[in-house]
Design a protein around this ligand. Sequence first.
Ligand code: CA
Ligand code: CA
Length: 136
Amino acid sequence: MTLQMNLLVAGVAILCFAALVFVPWDEETIAPEIVNTPVEKIVSDIDEPIINNFEECIAGGNPAMESYPRQCRTMDGQHFVENIDEPSCDPSYPDVCVTPYPIDLDCDEISYSNFRVIGNDPHGFDRDNDGIGCES
Ligand SMILES: [Ca+2]
Ligand SMILES: [Ca+2]
C-alpha cells in the first residue's frame, strides 16, 4: 500500500516534470497576438486617441474654456487654443477696412475719412467721440 502510493506520487511528479520540460512554452504558445504586435500599437490602443489640436480636443469630449479664443485642456494636461483667423478688418469701423489693433494706425496712415466709428475705437480715429472718424 505504502509502496504503491509512493510509486503513484513519484509517477505524478515525473509526469508534471515532463510536462514542464517538454511542453513548448515558447512565445507563440503564450500569446502570439501580443508578442507579434509592436509595443507602440499596444500603447496607442490603450491610451486615449492622440489629440493634436483644439478641434480634436473638443471632439474628444474635453470642455472648452470660455475665453477668446477658446481653449481646451485634455485629461492628460495638454493645452490647445482654438485656431481662429484674425479678422483682417477692425470691427470698430464697419464702413471701411482698417487693420485691426494692436497694429496702431492714425488718420494720416489710412486712406479713409469721415467714416463711422463704433465700439471702443482702438485706433483712436474718433478723438472727439462723435461717431465719425478722421473728419476732413
Ligand atoms: Ca492711433
Ligand atoms: Ca470724430
